[in-house]
Design a protein around this ligand. Sequence first.
Ligand SMILES: N#Cc1c(-c2ccc3cc[nH]c3c2)n[nH]c1N
Length: 249
Amino acid sequence: MRIDVVTIFPEYLEPLNVSLVGKARARGQLDVRVHDLREWTHDKHNTVDDTPYGGGPGMVMKPEPWGEALDAVIESGAQGEELPVLVVPTPSGRPFTQELAVELSEKPWLVFTPARYEGIDRRVIEEYGDRLDVREVSIGDYVLAGGEAPVLVMVEAVARLLPGVLGNAESHRDDSFAPGAMADLLEGPVYTKPPEWRGRGIPDVLLSGHHGKIARWRRDEAFRRTVHNRPDLIERADPAAFDKKDREI
Ligand SMILES: N#Cc1c(-c2ccc3cc[nH]c3c2)n[nH]c1N
């Protein structure tokens, strides 16, 4: 997979050089290219923003630099290469979910356009929406100062789903929100050595070696945590699906 990020803060994306994403890049499983939007400005101040038409607070990102940048990135694709999906982080976007992470992880090329200020001139989205699959996406119901942190979140969520990136392929199976027996449930509690810590032990079932009982306990704990922290996930679940999931354990 190829990922391009166009931003006025390239240094904000430094975390993509470390840990899981950094290792995937070093192994050649992921090709991440970060571009400074100001490379496509032509004035001495490298201007990327201007006042909003219609008035109002703040500044809006100008369309010209974005147009030149995105044209250059798209044209840098190999001849015959599938066009990228354009992912636009915005508080007014559709929710970024595990389902969307899975869908994006199956695409060969993603281009992220993290904005700043009050956002990007709408005509940029319209221009590229005419020829690309454009997804306006929000990582949650809170307001940030820019789209770079959402890009870090989405790239990690997508990269960990790429074949061979996570050490243990089984790790996906028990993800919160992953399809299968744990779908729509939060992850349950986890434990490791030492067997006792500050007078606190390990649940006996986890020491039993009985895999069926352990799996059922984990699912019950996941259900308990979901009821406590995300009752909305329980309300939308299909009771028949829970019975089916029980049979999968
Ligand atoms: N995704 C997302 C966002 C944002 C966001 C994204 C881009 C910009 C550009 C200026 N301000 C922004 C906020 N806030 N909250 C979210 N869930």
